[in-house]
Design a protein around this ligand. Sequence first.
Ligand code: MF3
Ligand code: CO
Length: 251
Amino acid sequence: MPITLKSSREIELMTEAGRILEIVHNELEKALHPGMTTKEIDRLGEEVIRSYGCIPSFLDYNGYPASICVSVNDEVVHGIPSDRRTIKDGDIVSLDAGVIYKGYHSDAARTHAVGEISEEAKKLIQVTRECFFEGIKYAKEGNHLFDISSAIGKYAEDRGYGVVRALCGHGIGTSLHESPEVPNYIMNRKGVKLKAGMTLAIEPMINSGGWEVDWLDDDWTVVTRDHSLSAHYENTVLITENEPKLLTLNA
Ligand code: MF3
Ligand code: CO
């Protein structure tokens, strides 16, 4: 599939999709507390998404059974909400969500602390966020896609973290996943040239231990092979001739 360049009307719609998704994340962050089930998080997320006239883009995507991916501690991404799973003080919880607004998608993820967490966990959440900001320093027309990937990978590896390789960021627009794939690791090729109007979901997934991951028997939940902690940070980003626009942060 070719990479799509969005028109100014499409950018308007994606901007609104991003703004709403940021509100969803803010509401979820406010509500998060020890004792809450992961299903309650999903229910609240879906309710907020629909209250803005949007559709949860993950629900039924390839059979995924929820609106919000809730991944706890050694779970990397795509954790399935359950009313038998309660989050507790000291957990880290990655929330990944997407909305469709008038046919256009936005996609963003955050990892939150529940109550008091370890120094190791705090550092991991912080470095994962910093990886994203390191990557988008290169997200500008004229640079190459893998400038972003390599910057993210190097930042994490320099600090001793494991960079998940089995999953990537992606183009986004009228579909949740469009071309190109956006790896989070060091690439020894340049990748495509970035152009104004491209919209990318950039999403480092970083482990406090090794980079290797496994899938649980539910065929969705990705976990670290060594059961070290994992964090995820993602925004939908618009490439321009100047600084990138973060559609799902401070929008
Ligand atoms: N942010 C994830 C991604 O880009 C969310 C997809 S979850 C799914 O792949 F359930 F929709 F698959
Ligand atoms: Co994504």
